[in-house]
Design a protein around this ligand. Structure first.
Ligand code: ADP
Ligand code: MG
Length: 282
């Protein structure tokens, strides 16, 4: 195993030319990369090994699973390289930008649009959960459109890796911990239900344009989340269908054992029925 690792060292620059930075996160930078042989463009996530603190092996296991994940709504992992200081994950390039940026640009947005977005997220996360993968960091920045077209698919990116981070790292690493499930903040053992909570939070924001939990003070914010203190405030939620509110409630349920799963969500009327309003909501 050691030998196969060694072979990868510095091979990335033989095969790909690394170009400009496309985006960055807490412990990594994502760069554009051109496959030298074909000229095809990819995205490469460069992860500082220092941030892994000896958890490289579990990361490798995770990556092996991710390489098996093959789904139209999931950014495909192609291959991995490493050198002394960095891990490089080569993945398909997506060019459509982040979910919320597009919503802001569009200006008009209906419940039907929101339902269609959430449906794609549910399908993708249901697939991951079926493979035994928990994303753990579902949030708008990690939902990217595949291309610039209006009909573009929504893609989930940046998954599995946050598994390597403990509760504290997670809470401090994300600038806005507003998507983290209550059981994570309580330091409890947690599973795939955490993704379902995040889907509830994302649905909430898609419907009203602001987050369910907010406080400048992190301790107060965490307490709000742990108690599940959110409301469907008037007037913002007045025109939103009961079906949509029921969907949000079913996912933003503090008790993880009672929370809806992705497959429950896919059977919910707001996703598979016809009762989403077509009114412009924000
Ligand atoms: P982190 O774990 O550090 O948050 P991400 O995987 O979320 O890293 O990537 C950080 C940013 O890089 C994203 O928000 C996005 O803007 C950009 N990015 C990530 N993956 C891709 C991709 N496959 N194609 C194009 N841009 C990407
Ligand atoms: Mg990210």
């Amino acid at each position: 195993k050691k030998e196969s690792k060694k072979k990868d060292v510095e091979k990335i620059s033989k095969k790909y030319e690394l170009k400009e930075v496309l985006g960055s996160g807490a412990f990594s930078e994502v760069c554009l990369a051109v496959h030298k042989e074909t000229g095809k463009k990819f995205a490469v996530k460069c992860i500082d090994k220092k941030s892994l603190k000896g958890k490289e092996d579990s990361l490798e296991n995770e990556i092996a699973v991710l390489k098996r994940a093959n789904h139209p709504n999931i950014v495909k992992m192609i291959e991995m390289f490493e050198d002394k200081n960095y891990l490089y994950l080569v993945m398909d390039l997506v060019t459509g930008g982040e979910l919320f940026d597009r919503i802001v640009e569009r200006g008009s947005y209906s419940e039907k649009d929101a339902s269609e977005c959430v449906k794609q997220i549910l399908i993708a996360v249901d697939y991951l959960h079926g493979l035994g993968i928990v994303h753990r960091d579902l949030k708008p920045e990690n939902l990217l459109y595949q291309d610039e077209t209006e009909k573009s698919r929504l893609m989930i990116s940046d998954f599995g890796l946050s598994k390597m981070e403990g509760t504290e790292a997670m809470a401090t690493a994300c600038g806005t911990p507003g998507y983290v499930a209550p059981e994570v903040l309580m330091g409890k053992h947690y599973g795939k239900e955490v993704d379902c909570w995040s889907i509830g939070v994302i649905a909430y924001i898609l419907l009203c344009g602001y987050p369910p939990f907010y406080d400048e003070n992190d301790a107060t914010l965490f307490a709000q989340i742990m108690r599940g203190e959110y409301e469907f405030d008037s007037p913002y939620w007045d025109e939103i269908s009961q079906s949509a509110k029921d969907f949000v409630r079913s996912f933003m349920t503090v008790d993880a054992t009672k929370r809806f799963s992705c497959s429950d969500g896919l059977k919910h009327q707001w996703i598979c029925g016809e009762d989403q309003s077509e009114l412009n909501i924000h």
